[in-house]
Design a binder for this molecule. Structure first.
Ligand code: UVW
Length: 304
């Protein structure tokens, strides 16, 4: 934990946007950043980055995380005596089971959340601080996709392989793009693409490629608004130091105030970017306004 606390001091954004701030690096998304993002729309092509919400998802039921259950609450429902019919439905799902944002209340250590709020503000009623609904109008910014799998000429970065800052910079050079203040960074490893073919849930969840701990300082220095990948945890699993679980989560969410996006389906977007060599786009992923929620399911959009 000493390594973690030392790094935490270097990357901390606590107090940067005032003592009451609950949205962290989303403060980097200024109106100017949004205008620059809108200018990325050239073709009018829209890509959905969300997984389908159904029983075929990657979850195994561990940690209370099951795949979504979709039920019909009305089939051929009637209103009045005429021929009018309606259908209604219900979804039961953990907010963390598919494509999602982790809120800044999702993980913590030493009894404190991002910006120093006490962990006791999270109760059975939800998160009173740093909850997902604090994001208000949601997230619109420039998205930049760095395709590490393509850079390395592989279908998937190997499970357990940690991506380093030098790899992100090599992917930037290959894409001819630079990650800048307020961007939402998407990193493609190809891991979800393999799951979509082999449906091996154990393989998808247990060992994943992902960001190594050294990337935290890089993300902090580049002032990204959020980072998302096509894996279940953004960071490499198993962790680089077995005695230090989830270091990227802890440092990004709790110290940097940086929201993580997980299980983003980046394959079609990456193919389109590779076709014309443009790796930036307008990105939007508003969370559901779940009051006190520590995360939210999403259908993120990239508009090119
Ligand atoms: C944990 O497993 C705690 O987090 P996540 O779902 O964000 O990977």
């Amino acid at each position: 934990m000493d390594v973690l606390r030392t790094l935490a001091r270097k990357v901390s954004n606590w107090g940067r946007w005032g003592p009451d701030d609950e949205v962290g690096t989303f403060n980097f998304i200024t109106p100017e950043v949004v205008r620059r993002a809108a200018a990325c729309v050239k073709r009018g092509d829209v890509f959905s980055l969300g997984l389908p919400l159904d029983s075929e998802g990657p979850q195994l039921g561990r940690q209370g995380r099951m795949n979504p259950i979709h039920l019909m609450s009305a089939v051929e429902g009637r209103v009045g005596e005429g021929d009018f019919r309606y259908s209604d439905d219900i979804v039961v799902m953990p907010l963390q089971c598919a494509t999602q944002w982790d809120s800044l209340a999702h993980v913590y250590y030493d009894g404190q959340l991002y910006n120093g709020f006490p962990a006791t503000t999270i109760t059975a009623a939800g998160a009173a601080r740093n909850a997902i609904d604090r994001l208000g109008p949601g997230i619109v910014s420039r998205g930049v996709l760095l395709d590490v799998a393509r850079l390395w000429g592989v279908d998937r970065v190997g499970p357990g392989v940690a991506i380093k800052p030098a790899d992100l910079e090599a992917a930037e050079r290959a894409a001819g793009v630079r990650v800048e203040t307020g961007d939402v960074l998407l990193v493609r490893t190809g891991h979800l693409g393999v799951f979509k073919l082999d449906r091996d849930r154990e393989g998808y969840l247990r060992r994943t490629p992902g960001l190594g701990m050294a990337c935290v300082e890089w993300l902090h220095a580049r002032q990204v608004a959020a980072v998302a990948t096509d894996t279940v945890a953004v960071e490499v699993i198993p962790w680089e130091d077995p005695a230090l679980p989830l270091p990227v989560h802890l440092l990004c969410i709790r110290d940097v105030g940086l929201t993580l996006g997980e299980m983003f389906d980046l394959d079609e977007l990456a193919a389109a970017c590779a076709r014309d060599g443009v790796w930036e786009f307008l990105f939007s992923a508003p969370p559901l306004k779940v009051t006190g929620g520590v995360g939210s399911p999403l259908n993120p959009l990239a508009v090119r």
